[in-house]
Design a binder for this molecule. Structure first.
Ligand code: PGA
Length: 250
């Protein structure tokens, strides 16, 4: 049985004051987090405040990115050590917005995954095809290539700890989510690849999320899919009422 995982990706939204207001609102809407893990990934600037706010609560802290080096001349970057100091447990890596706007490559994501796992941070690796690739029926080819490059050289023990997020780029922030059937098909292919890389029983323990225009209305339809173990939520995670509804859908 895989514990469902609901992840809020706030992207570049919320000051510290706004973030704390959100959390007060979420706790008001939703008292307990039953049968699932909930991770909030605020901007770096709000991590310190959330480390305090999340103490004694079931909510877990995640970051939206990190560098693969521990320290050095990397202006503007954040070290995995800085995240560990703030009790961050998860880190989103290779989000399509980082790949598109900041030139992140599969090779860079590979190094970040390695660094995260060495620090006991659980990487949530995002993969997904563009609209053109989807229309040409090349979605899986793209995702397979991203996964293989991310896995290249990683040890078995490391691979087992990873979380994957299937996020079709055409579905992110567009209001046009993938059909649950398409998302399931891709998640199944992803699990098959993990089975080939590791073995069936281990691949069955690993979590695969869906992300891309998840809403209070469609969350449940994804969670019903056999190979989808949770959701990576952008826009809909910014409203405590809506996000509480998504957690409730588990
Ligand atoms: P969205 O974003 O839910 O706003 O589509 C998802 C994501 O980018 O992770």
């Amino acid at each position: 049985m895989r514990t469902k995982l609901i992840v809020a990706n706030w992207k570049m939204n919320f000051t510290i004051v706004e973030a704390l207001k959100f959390f007060a609102g979420l706790r008001h809407e939703f008292k307990g987090v039953a049968d699932c893990e909930v991770v909030v990934c605020p901007p770096f600037t709000a991590l310190y405040a959330f480390d305090e706010a999340f103490a004694e609560t079931p909510y877990k802290l995640g970051a939206q990115n990190m560098h693969w080096e521990e320290a050095g001349p990397f202006t503007g970057e954040v070290s995995p050590n800085f995240l560990k100091e703030l009790n961050v447990q998860y880190v989103i890596l290779g989000h399509s917005e980082r790949r598109t706007h900041f030139g992140e490559t599969d090779q860079g994501v590979n190094k970040k995954v390695d660094a995260a796992l060495q620090k006991d941070l659980i990487p949530i690796v995002c993969v997904g095809e563009t609209k053109e690739e989807y229309e040409q029926g090349a979605g899986w080819t793209k995702v397979e290539s991203q996964m293989k490059k991310t896995l290249d050289g990683q040890g078995r023990g490391a691979i087992e700890k990873m979380v994957w997020a299937y996020e079709p780029i055409w579905a992110i922030g567009t209001g046009k989510h993938a059909t649950p059937e398409h998302a399931q098909k891709m998640a199944e292919e992803m699990r098959n690849l993990l089975t080939r890389s590791l073995d069936g029983p281990t691949a069955q323990t690993m979590r695969i999320l869906y992300g891309g225009s998840v809403s209070g209305e469609n969350a449940e339809s994804f969670l019903h899919q056999r190979d989808i173990d949770g959701l990576l939520v952008g826009g809909a995670s910014l409203d405590p009422k809506v996000f509480a509804g998504i957690i409730g859908a588990v």
